[in-house]
Ligand binder design. Structure first.
Ligand code: GDP
Ligand code: ZN
Length: 335
């Protein structure tokens, strides 16, 4: 775990929150980051296109992008109206994903989240519990509280509804809240709105589930672009390429919501194989009954976890996810 926290803390010089801003320096929130240019929102609501001095870009070798959406930074306003990023404040958490450029470097997608909502849809595409489980491991490991939103319930048939209820129950059992909604029918949106108030939240999930539509529904003035589902593949096209944070109108102060690109894989950076079961809360008790202290809970005799699966106190699908994630972590990194 120590390793993880080290990666999350910024390598750029951080200074205390309370410190007075020097002449020409402004504190702001990173609302969009596309690589070279970073959009920083200042207190007065203005958004300044900013960049990192070249040296600092190189200094941070852990991440392909040393600045993440959700970062608090200090910028110097240049004569041409652009900003130069001077400091990154310490992060309370950060969500990495596998870099698209190189598998060696991981990218920090979002920082300083109060809550991450894993967005899924009842159909087109269907709920993917393997994806949810993988994300829940990441959120737990990176100290980000998480919940699930299942959109497009208007498309759910009777059998889907039975399945959805089972999914809701499985996650409720391990303390993960689920909301169901239909942006199309404007159903179930009020409870979701209430969850957003005063928090920095993010929507995360595959493309096509309706993340952008949901954001538009929570604040129609945003008018963000959404993409129609491809009729041949049933999958959404990529409309959001980068994470983007918005301040929705009509919410309590401090409410921010981030939309993220449809990402298939979330990097489980730095999670040691032997600690994987620590991120499955239902395995905590059964694990203490394992015969071997270094039990992988896969094939050893006298394994409390496997017994709990047989008894039904650990849900089979969750255990299957554990196995799948275990296998994926075992694959050596490509260099
Ligand atoms: P994103 O990729 O997750 O941001 O998804 P979008 O917001 O771009 O939506 C993908 C597609 O799903 C669009 O064609 C939306 O019109 C459609 N969609 C969004 N919400 C709903 C819903 O509640 N019901 C149905 N039937 N379609 C929806
Ligand atoms: Zn075991």
């Amino acid at each position: 775990m120590e390793e993880l926290h080290k990666q999350v803390s910024p390598s750029t010089k951080a200074i205390a929150d309370a410190e007075e801003l020097e002449e020409g320096l402004h504190k702001g929130l990173v609302v969009e980051s596309t690589g070279i240019w970073t959009q920083v929102k200042l207190d007065d609501g203005s958004v300044v296109s900013s960049r990192l001095p070249g040296r600092q870009r190189l200094e941070d070798s852990d991440y392909a992008h040393p600045i993440a959406v959700g970062d608090w930074v200090k910028i110097h306003l240049e004569n041409d109206g652009s900003g130069m990023i001077q400091y990154t404040y310490p992060r309370k958490n950060g969500l990495p994903r596998q870099s698209t450029h190189t598998r060696r470097q991981s990218q920090l997608l979002l920082a300083n989240l109060d809550f991450l909502w894993l967005v899924q849809s009842a159909r087109q595409p269907r709920v993917n519990t393997r994806f949810i489980d993988r994300c829940l491991v990441a959120c737990d490991a990176y100290d980000i509280p998480a919940g699930i939103i299942i959109n497009k319930i208007d498309l759910a048939r009777r059998t889907d509804k039975i399945h959805l209820q089972r999914v809701i129950d499985i996650y409720a059992e391990i303390g993960v809240p689920t909301h169901t909604c239909s942006v199309l029918n404007e159903e179930g949106l009020e409870p979701i709105k209430e969850q957003m108030g005063g928090k920095v939240s993010a929507f995360f999930g595959p493309s096509g589930v309706g993340k952008t539509s949901l954001l538009n529904a929570l604040d129609p003035s945003l008018e963000l672009n959404t993409a129609p589902i491809s009729s041949s593949t049933g999958k959404g096209t990529h409309t959001t390429t980068y994470a983007l944070m918005v301040e929705p109108v009509g919410y309590p102060k401090g409410t921010m919501i981030a939309d993220t690109p449809g990402i298939r894989e979330l990097g489980l950076v730095g999670i040691p194989l032997e600690e994987l079961s620590h991120y499955f809360p239902e395995m905590t008790d059964p694990r203490s009954k394992c015969k071997y202290s270094d039990c992988s809970h896969l094939h050893e005799p006298g394994c409390g976890v496997q017994e709990a699966v047989k008894r039904g106190s650990i849900v089979q699908e969750r255990y299957d996810s554990y196995q799948a994630i275990y296998d994926s972590l075992k694959v050596p990194e490509e260099y």
